[in-house]
Design a protein around this ligand. Sequence first.
Ligand SMILES: [Zn+2]
Length: 249
Amino acid sequence: MKCNFADTLLQCYFDGELSGRAAAGFERHVQHCAHCATELVDLDLLRGSLQLTQLYKPAPASLRRTINAYIHPVAPSKAVSQPLLWHWLAAAAAMLLIGIVLWKASPGLRSDDYQAELAGEIVDAHVYSLLPGHLTSTSSNDEQDVKGWFKGKLTFALPIRDFANDGFALQGGRLDVVGERSVAVLVYARPEHLINVFIWPTRERDTSPRVGSRQDYQWIDWRKGKIEFCIVSDGPTADLQQLQRLFTK
Ligand SMILES: [Zn+2]
């Protein structure tokens, strides 16, 4: 089955269009995704053959490191004997079963865990994006320009809208990695602060907006029409709520 990252981040990574954080997230993913690793090798071979033509551009050094790490993984220092391995596998299976039972029995806890983990990842991504040069891969106030940049990079219809007339001017967009997901990000500016809107496809049902805060940053998360949204900023919660209403209008 084709990997979601292959449809979204892979080509951007290969073309050097990802921010450092997203590139690092993708490289972690490639360590255990045979599909993406194979596609990267294919792209590298293609680029190698193009080296003979005038179209050649050198591949980034980080790509070679990633592919080498995949092709030559670190060998285990000591082989585990068969009976011991069997015991470990049985114990792991039992733990997994207990985990599934507990997980099924506690939907509330599950939702809270998800929110906490998501908030941590999203706030990290937001803070990183504020470092110079990491906010947007395409910088434009024009909806069509931003749409053009995302074309072919996503597996879902991204609702790209400029809300400048309502005080939220579109600044551009980028692709990012949050947890194990590739996500689209739209950036909006208020006079005092920047707002990141993280958007990705989901299979879960619609939810009403949930507001939270973490390390002086506010976030609002909701799902609508098989798309999940998470707005984050250090601005006042009222601003985030206003933008949330604009998105759902
Ligand atoms: Zn992959």
